[in-house]
Write a protein that binds this ligand. Structure first.
Ligand code: FAD
Length: 401
């Protein structure tokens, strides 16, 4: 039995940032991070677009808006202090049809409400910033950038261990029990006992919550996002970050171009209902997860409501030409021959029984644990702030005991 102050479940960027922030409290709290994989950042935190979001998209006053603004700053400071690759290269959101211009203006209003540095630019200015992008009008966000979130996670492991805390891999959590005022987390690497637990298990956060007797109203429904990489011969078509105007009905941002910190350009991700929480292959299925999704009232309602959009996403997933067409709206010169299949990621998206996708970050707490039940994009950008919030709350909970 390992005894620590707090057990953090999940070695993704949210769990690691939380452990790091707990280790910085006065007096420092000793943490045990338990991660089921052989290494950290194997799921969402290591399979994303690597974009440092500026915070334009989110409802003013929401947890996403607040955590993104402050978390982005903290992420940049951490990367700078640690010498980790990152770049504040700026991004453009491009309206390519008349019908998108109004939505672009609404987005600009949101930028102002969120205090985000943004400017509406015309096609001429767009051509200066991104010579190969097509657009009627665009928003330029000079504060957006890119980082390597996997490298951030790996560095966090080093710093957490220096703080005297533990990061234990291959330690899948199998159950959680309480013994008097202590919680015992049972893992494949033995038991970890702490005064509190933070559940940061991403795609499995609802199932881990259920181990404490909690029945979250929202359930995780996995959405796969596939990427292509631009061949080197075509990478000059994109300078930095080129995004479409998002469909306001969904929390996904639409396929976009991202020049990563290593100079390679990725295109994607689409958003297709995945056939398993960690089923990264197109035809990979995890029967239990699939069964859970298709028998979940919320998912059935969502699927019925958005059948057309869903079918379009599946079509784009199966048909490279359809994926290319979506990209060509932003950069007309991109052709199918320029794209090589790249990795996929799966979003842990919480969905309510009425079929609504939970838009904001969702953190719940019970006497036994804190649960991060919805931490999709921009949670990587925001991780240090989410971690600080959790650390402060955990400290208050310990003081109340
Ligand atoms: C395709 C895609 C693109 C994205 N793009 C961006 C972006 O550009 N910018 C941005 O800010 N955000 C982006 N995001 C969102 C961002 O990646 C996530 O919000 C963030 O990584 C969530 O981190 P996490 O720690 O909550 O989850 P995860 O990284 O999924 O970590 C959860 C961890 O818990 C572990 N775990 C699960 N169950 C157990 C168990 N029973 N026992 C022990 N361990 C367990 C898992 O193995 C995993 O390592 C993107 C996400 C995706 C999928």
């Amino acid at each position: 039995m390992q005894s620590v102050d707090i057990v953090v479940i999940g070695g993704g960027i949210v769990g690691l940032a939380t452990a790091y922030q707990l280790g910085k409290r006065e007096p420092a709290l000793r943490v045990g991070v338990v991660e089921k994989e052989a290494a950290v950042a194997q799921h969402q935190s290591g399979r994303n677009s690597g974009v440092l979001h500026s915070g334009i998209y989110y409802k003013p006053g929401s947890l996403k808006a607040e955590n993104c603004r402050e978390g982005r700053r903290a992420m940049i400071d951490f990367c700078a202090a640690e010498g980790l690759p990152h770049s504040i290269c700026g991004k453009v959101i491009v309206a390519t049809r008349d019908s998108e211009v109004i939505a672009l203006e609404h987005l600009y209003d949101r930028a102002l409400a969120n205090g985000v540095d943004a400017r509406v630019i015309d096609a001429v200015e767009l051509a200066d910033l991104e010579p190969h992008a097509a657009g009627l009008r665009a928003i330029h966000l000079p504060e957006a950038g890119v980082a390597d979130f996997r490298a951030v996670c790996e560095r966090l492991v080093e710093r957490i261990r220096e703080q005297g805390s533990l990061v234990v891999t291959r330690a899948e959590v199998l159950g959680i029990t309480s013994r008097r005022d202590r919680m015992v987390v049972h893992t494949r690497q033995g038991d970890f006992e702490g005064r509190d637990v933070a559940n940061c298990a991403g795609l499995y956060s609802d199932r881990v919550a259920a181990m404490t007797g909690e029945r979250p109203e929202a359930r995780i429904v996995p959405f796969r996002g596939e990427y292509f990489a631009l061949r080197e011969s075509a990478s000059h078509l994109v300078r930095h970050l080129i995004y479409p105007v998002p469909d306001p009905r969904f929390p996904f941002l639409g396929v976009h171009f991202t020049r990563l910190v290593d100079g390679k350009v990725e295109c994607g991700p689409n958003a297709v209902a995945a056939l398993g929480r960690e089923a990264y292959g197109k035809v990979e299925v995890t029967p239990r997860d699939l069964f859970e999704s298709i028998t979940y009232r919320g998912f059935l309602r969502f699927a019925a409501r958005h059948a057309r959009v869903g079918a379009g996403e599946v079509w784009r997933s199966m048909n490279k030409g359809a994926f290319v067409s979506a990209l060509q709206r932003l950069v007309p010169q991109v052709g199918s021959q320029d794209l090589i299949p790249a990795r996929a990621g799966i979003r842990a998206q919480a969905m309510l029984p009425d079929g609504t996708l939970v838009d904001d970050f969702l953190i719940s707490e019970t006497r036994l644990a804190m649960h991060v039940l919805n931490a999709p994009s921009p949670a990587a950008t925001s991780a240090f702030n989410i971690g600080r919030t959790l650390a402060e709350r955990i400290e208050e909970r310990l003081a109340d005991c």
